[in-house]
Design a protein around this ligand. Structure first.
Ligand code: GRG
Length: 307
């Protein structure tokens, strides 16, 4: 894919993301409407987190995958909104006092800090159930069997073999001595906690765009590898950023009491692993030739990002 990689260098990913983000932001804003005073509070809380910024990687992946099969943004937009709703739910719940207990997310007070823990839990639940409703109700001009396939996959991506399972295993491993957590454990956690939602984002776009089951599978392979690379890059950023910001040595951070890729593979090993995963993800898209350029560029962006 070396010729593709050089074509992808000319591709303006920033412009592509900006172009997609306008309609995505509008669709997200319009996806939650409170029509009566009784729902004002919970809708405000849902919208607060949904519109609090974020890179919108998942909706962009969804639209880009649909486009690869010549499908329109309009058809894939309900799925793009749904994956961002699910992502937002997972962040609200992840920040709760009983989970990570974070006060800030994307530089703003977290949902429970603004609306209280009870409302934050309910806002997350409401975003999750609305995501399924939103796809089923608003996807137009697509074979209903394809829409049903998307809804089933969305459900799976949040269940025990998705976000919830990945988070549960993460919590279980956090309770263990760090040297009892293996690389396989770490991969299982990130496959489910992070990659599953990226996989369904790309798969949903592909399915809506008219992909065959084999083509959907290739897209999922791409997304699994970018998901894992994303997490390796995150672990690396944690070390490099905190050493820059706090003047710490990387070696000191590597001793932190948590299983991470740099801890298990060393910093250079983790960097190599991220490159290997990105190469794997690109390989999965070889059958699609130049039509894969936006997704290939997104793969590079994911490991080169600074936040
Ligand atoms: C309640 C059913 C249920 C599930 C939620 C809390 C939880 C279970 C799962 C945690 C999932 C989680 C927070 C995974 C980390 C995902 C991740 C890589 C987040 C950061 O994504 P970015 O960088 O964030 O795309 P932005 O801010 O850009 O949107």
């Amino acid at each position: 894919f070396s010729s593709l990689a050089s074509t992808a260098t000319d591709f303006d990913l920033n412009a592509y993301i900006v172009e997609k983000n306008g309609p995505i932001t509008k669709a997200l804003q319009e996806s939650i409407v409170s029509l009566e005073p009784q729902t004002a509070k919970i809708c405000e809380s849902m919208l607060y987190s949904l519109m609090a910024g974020g890179k919108r990687i998942r909706p962009v992946l969804c639209l880009a995958a649909c486009e690869m099969f010549a499908g329109s943004d309009e058809k894939a937009m309900p799925s793009a909104v749904a994956v961002e709703m699910i992502h937002t739910m997972s962040l609200i719940h992840d920040d709760l006092p009983s989970m990570d207990n974070d006060d800030l997310r994307r530089g703003k007070p977290t949902n429970h800090v603004v609306y209280g823990e009870e409302v934050a839990i309910l806002a997350g639940d409401a975003l999750l159930s609305d995501s399924f409703k939103f796809v089923a109700e608003n996807t137009k001009g697509v074979d209903p069997e394809r829409v049903l396939d998307v809804v089933v996959r969305l459900g799976k991506s949040v269940g025990p073999k998705g976000l919830a399972g990945g988070q549960a295993m993460d919590l279980e491993c956090e309770g263990k001595p760090v040297d009892e957590v293996s690389l396989d454990d770490l991969r299982w956690i990130h496959t489910h906690k992070t990659a599953a939602l990226l996989q369904v984002s790309v798969a949903a776009g592909a399915i809506i765009g008219g992909a065959t089951p084999e083509e959907v599978e290739a897209c999922e392979k791409y997304a699994l590898n970018i998901g894992l690379a994303f997490q390796v890059a995150d672990d690396i950023l944690d070390i490099t950023q905190s050493s820059e910001e706090l003047g710490k040595t990387a070696g000191k951070d590597l001793e932190a009491d948590k299983a991470t890729y740099p801890r298990l593979l060393g910093l250079d090993g983790a960097r190599e692993e991220a490159q290997r995963l990105i190469a794997e993800s690109k390989k999965a898209l070889e059958p699609f030739g130049d039509r894969a350029i936006p997704l290939l560029a997104l793969a590079d962006y994911i490991i080169n990002r600074k936040n």
